[in-house]
Design a protein around this ligand. Sequence first.
Ligand code: ADP
Ligand code: MG
Length: 277
Amino acid sequence: MNRLPQSPRVLSLANQKGGVGKTTTAINLGTALAAIGEEVLIIDLDPQGNASTGLGIDRKSRKVSTYDVLIGEAELREALVPTAVPRLTVAPSTLDNLGVELEIASSGDRAYRLRKAIARHVDATEEAGSRDKRFTYVLIDCPPSLNLLTINALSASHSILVPLQCEFFALEGLSQLLSTVEQVKRSLNPELGIHGIVLTMYDGRNNLSAQVVQDVRTNMGDAVYETIIPRNVRVSEAPSYGKPALLYDLKCSGSQAYLKLASEIIQRERRFRAVAA
Ligand code: ADP
Ligand code: MG
């Protein structure tokens, strides 16, 4: 495999547990990065398509989905749909992705389908006169499973961003996820790193949340972002209006936290690049 392109930076939002905030983080971090000037693509790989729905892309507008890209029937460019947020594009998912594993399991490049599709898109944008968008960040919203879809995401990524919900069993399953990352690093993508762990749905009125934050910081140290995403009803309401929380209510604590997370992520990126150079 060729090296990953330097730009866009490709980050997978992954955790095999459902309901921890992967999709919410993809949508709102993507929006926050776009708001501060990045050109962002969210690739929805979850058959549930929650990131697509939460960004207001109805089923009718998903004529070409990430499924078509993964099975080789379409180029990534054909799947791109603009959103209401300037500089934020989504490649939507549909229930078809439930069947993708069967479709591609027997092909030799089954773990690299997404990586190759992104690379072809990057090459196309570099051609003279190309009108394709040059993304600076790609966020991949993974399904709640360590299946071939997630493996495709990790093979295509510079790093993984792990949302952990502030609940009693927060760390459960993390070691399995991290060992999958190690395996992908050894066999498929040596460049894969851990970008960070983001604590989500923090409830300040609940002692347990504070205890979980302390535990996770003790165990995972600097990998944990300083920014903590609070539990905020505006954040959970926004998707039913087909909007990111940042469009629905910019001032709410959740939106403000995602803006802070975006700037922390950009700072970390600068540090990673300085180390790599
Ligand atoms: P995942 O993609 O990991 O399955 P989601 O992002 O879909 O998780 O979040 C699971 C549920 O929790 C959703 O109903 C979502 O609206 C809600 N949720 C996520 N983050 C927050 C938050 N910060 N405050 C309140 N509700 C949240
Ligand atoms: Mg999700």
